[in-house]
Design a protein around this ligand. Structure first.
Ligand SMILES: [Zn+2]
Length: 119
């Protein structure tokens, strides 16, 4: 919620270069939860944002899953890679530059319990 406020009209109106909120989530939310976040965005004037949930790619069988998994649901492999959003498109984290991979490892992905009762 704080990120939506920090990217809202109260702060962004003072920026000349714009602002983009990446709402990083461990898992997809329910329709009602997404609706609540959209309501918060409208109330705060957060007009440019995206929801970012890592997709899982199995390096063993090639299965791609829209969830953030620790094991492939098709073959059981744990040799996995993840797709995440970089400037509007999805890219394998293992193909990031070394500094970007270190930055990606520090990214915080909220889960439903961390989003509180507002969702
Ligand atoms: Zn697999």
């Amino acid at each position: 919620m704080e990120k939506f406020k920090l990217h809202g009209r109260k702060y962004v109106e003072h920026l000349t270069g714009g602002s983009a909120l990446h709402c990083n989530l461990e898992e997809h939310l329910s329709q009602a939860q997404y609706r609540n976040l959209l309501r918060v965005a409208a109330q705060e004037g957060t007009n440019y944002f995206t929801f970012n949930i890592p997709n899982t790619v199995c390096n063993t069988c090639g299965h791609i899953d829209k969830r953030y998994l620790k094991e492939c649901p098709e073959c059981g492999s744990t040799d996995l890679d993840y797709l995440t959003r970089i400037i509007g498109y999805l890219k394998r984290i293992s193909n990031f530059s070394e500094p970007r991979q270190r930055e990606a490892a520090r990214r915080y992905y909220a889960n439903q319990s961390k989003l509180g009762t507002a969702c």
